[in-house]
Write a protein that binds this ligand. Structure first.
Ligand code: HEM
Length: 628
């Protein structure tokens, strides 16, 4: 600092006797430029009247060698006045470089100008000192995982280290931190692996972290942010959230849709039962196909009042159309928030350097090919008065009216929201059941315990129903344990900070993308005993109180919590527990004869079981109980 002040003085002294309009001293400028990262000049102020001029600029610079900010205030002025009474003389007569002369107007002008100069200089000085203090007080960023390159941040490394989620978690392990910072472009990405910090973010500072990132994949999926889950904080999010909570997912609506859910639960049993019939010893069932199709059939029934877009298969399984539809939904999910280059350097959008845009375009066309004709036809039916009764959720969305009896939603909003609803529904329950069954087959005592619970609560003479769920604590614990140990997504849906803030004593700048790691939370050895073991008992309470699939304390992530927490807990729970309960009640499951145990290896590029689970199912209830 001492050196800088000397420099400042030198600056003023060097100016003595030089032509004021020259504006700067070459030596000092070059010293600053050589030794500073940035020189920030406030523009000169010129009062410009017949050679009357004042030039002020303040130089801030960060000394590269010393590493702190310093400043020089440089005042340069040319005054055309009689200076006797001028306050300028108070400053330093040596600074006057020319004195021209005359009228009282110019005297006044000069005096006022000087005041302005001094006020401005003081303001800049205070601003500098204040900011300096703030900066000094400001905590550091979370530990940097990599030293960022200029402009690109750590994007080059990101491109070279796929899958990005495994690489980020490895880097965090290496430096043993629960919160970190990695810069992609100019975005601060903040991964978090422990529940305490997660709670600070989603509970204590929920409102600060309530936005979502802008990204190529969310933009195209939501038709320009017309939906709920993938939309940044704002009026559209509020509007759609209200519609979801009141019109699509409220407890009343849930009851209204009960029959449709039961139809799909029955159909799931019918389909697997048909697969069993291929042999006396039971049939091979691809559990991934069965559970994913159930999770696709339910929302199709809820919105479009139909299970199949095409004919389906004779055994009740998905036809080509349903397989293509569900596969497109999973591809959308895989590409959402998938570390696409243009999400961090937006000017790259359109160049499609990593191929994400082409894939998204293709799969959204597939989804549109199935959804759009149904939606468009239905809108027309309502417009022409051909349809009267509200029969499904599509009718609900089309018939929503505002206070002026105008439609609340335009066609694009309906289309985008239905796609988002489908992707929100299809993945978590199906993945949880596939993993849970794989784990249970390697620990048959758990499978036995879950089946026995259903037998004791429901019996073998009827199919399990939603009204039985409150008594199925062990089955729910099995589902909960699958969410803990085998989440479908590596990170929670990203949250974006809407203001600068501090978390865990680290500074989190506004606009940061916070990623709570679902695997690191659920498998955290500081929280979970034997974290890698599938052990549903850990979720049972001693007092026998009800087990919920929700985990608001964020010791793992199922539905998350706070303003951006899941809006579909009721439906998501119903679908998940039904999938578990029906398939465990109706069939005995076993490992195929040619395999000893189920291989529980996780896929490298995502968190699925590496190979789809294909195992033997055998009916275990009297044949009259199975739906015809
Ligand atoms: C078992 C099934 C489900 C699970 C495990 C699940 C989980 C989640 C999670 C982890 C989030 C992110 C929360 C956050 O950002 O902190 C989320 C958000 C959301 N989920 Fe679900 N979900 C499920 C089913 C559903 C269903 C059936 C719907 C129905 C539409 C749904 C609608 C939503 C919505 C709208 C959001 C975003 C809320 C917002 O951003 O305001 N979810 N869900």
């Amino acid at each position: 600092m001492e050196r800088d002040l000397q420099l400042g003085m030198k600056c003023l002294n060097l100016k003595k006797g030089k032509n004021a309009s020259n504006g700067s001293n070459g030596k000092i400028e070059s010293h600053l430029e050589q030794n500073s990262e940035s020189v920030n000049r406030d523009p000169s102020i010129f009062m410009g009247a017949q050679g009357v001029g004042i030039s002020v600029y303040v130089l801030y610079y960060k000394d590269k060698r010393k590493g702190f900010q310093s400043f020089i205030i440089r005042i340069r002025f040319i005054v055309s006045l009689a200076m006797e009474n001028s306050a300028t003389t108070l400053l330093n007569s040596s600074l006057h470089e020319s004195t021209v002369s005359s009228s009282s107007f110019t005297t006044l002008l000069s005096f006022l100008s000087t005041l302005v100069v001094m006020a401005f200089a003081l303001y800049q000085l205070f601003k500098f000192l204040f900011l300096g203090n703030e900066k000094a007080k400001q905590p550091p960023l979370p530990p940097l995982l990599l030293k960022p390159w200029p402009i690109l941040g750590s994007l080059p490394e990101m491109v070279l280290n796929k899958p990005t989620f495994r690489w980020i978690l490895e880097l965090m392990k290496e430096i043993n931190t629960d919160i970190a910072c990695i810069r992609f472009g100019n975005v601060h990405v903040i991964p978090v692996t422990c529940p305490e910090i997660s709670r600070q973010i989603l509970k204590e500072q929920d409102a600060v972290f309530a936005s979502r990132p802008i990204s190529m994949s969310t933009d195209v999926t939501t038709k320009g942010y017309l939906t709920t889950a993938l939309v940044p904080l704002g009026d559209q999010w509020k509007k759609m959230k209200k519609i979801l909570l009141i019109d699509l997912l409220s407890p009343t609506r849930h009851r209204w849709l009960h029959e449709k859910r039961v139809e799909e639960a029955d159909h799931l049993v019918r389909y697997v039962y048909n697969l069993c019939k291929t042999s006396d010893k039971g049939g091979l069932v691809n559990v991934r196909v069965a559970s994913q199709q159930y999770c696709g059939n339910v929302p199709r029934k809820l919105f479009f009042n139909r299970r199949f877009f095409g004919e389906g298969k004779e055994d009740g399984g998905p036809g080509f159309e349903e397989e293509e539809h569900v596969s497109a939904l999973f591809t959308i999910l895989a590409y959402l928030y998938s570390f696409c280059l243009s999400d961090y350097i937006p000017c790259l959008r359109g160049l499609d350097l990593d191929g994400h845009e082409k894939v998204m375009d293709e799969v959204l066309q597939i989804v549109g090919k199935y959804h759009d004709p149904i939606i468009e036809k239905r809108i027309q039916q309502w417009e022409k008065g051909e349809k009267k009764g509200v029969e499904d959720l599509l009718d609900v969305l089309i018939t929503l009216r505002d206070d002026n009896d105008k439609p609340v939603l335009i066609e694009e909003e309906i289309k985008a929201q239905i796609t988002e609803f489908m992707i929100a529904t299809v993945d978590n329950p199906s993945n949880a059941f596939e993993w849970a069954l794989a784990e249970m087959l390697n620990q048959p005592e758990i499978l036995e315990k879950a089946t026995m619970e259903i037998d004791s609560v429901v019996g073998r003479e009827r199919l399990v129903q939603e009204s039985d769920f409150p008594k199925l604590n062990y089955v729910k614990a099995c589902a909960r344990e699958a969410f803990r140990l085998h989440p479908i997504a590596p990170f929670n849906v990203p949250h974006v900070s809407v203001a600068d803030t501090t978390v865990a004593n680290y500074f989190i700048p506004k606009g940061s993308h916070v990623l709570l790691s679902r695997t690191a939370l659920g498998r955290n050895p500081k929280v979970w005993d034997e974290p890698l073991k599938y052990k549903p008992e850990r979720h049972l309470k001693e007092d026998g109180s009800p087990v919920s699939l929700n985990e608001a304390d964020l010791r793992f992530i199922s539905f998350s919590t706070g303003m951006r927490g899941c809006k579909g807990i009721l439906l998501g729970t119903s679908m998940t527990v039904m999938l578990f309960a029906r398939l465990l009640q109706c069939f005995s499951w076993s490992i195929p004869p040619n395999e000893k145990t189920i291989n529980l290896t996780e896929a490298k590029e995502n968190l699925f079981l590496a190979k789809p689970l294909v195992v033997v199912a055998k009916p275990r209830l009297p044949s009259n109980v199975y739906p015809a």
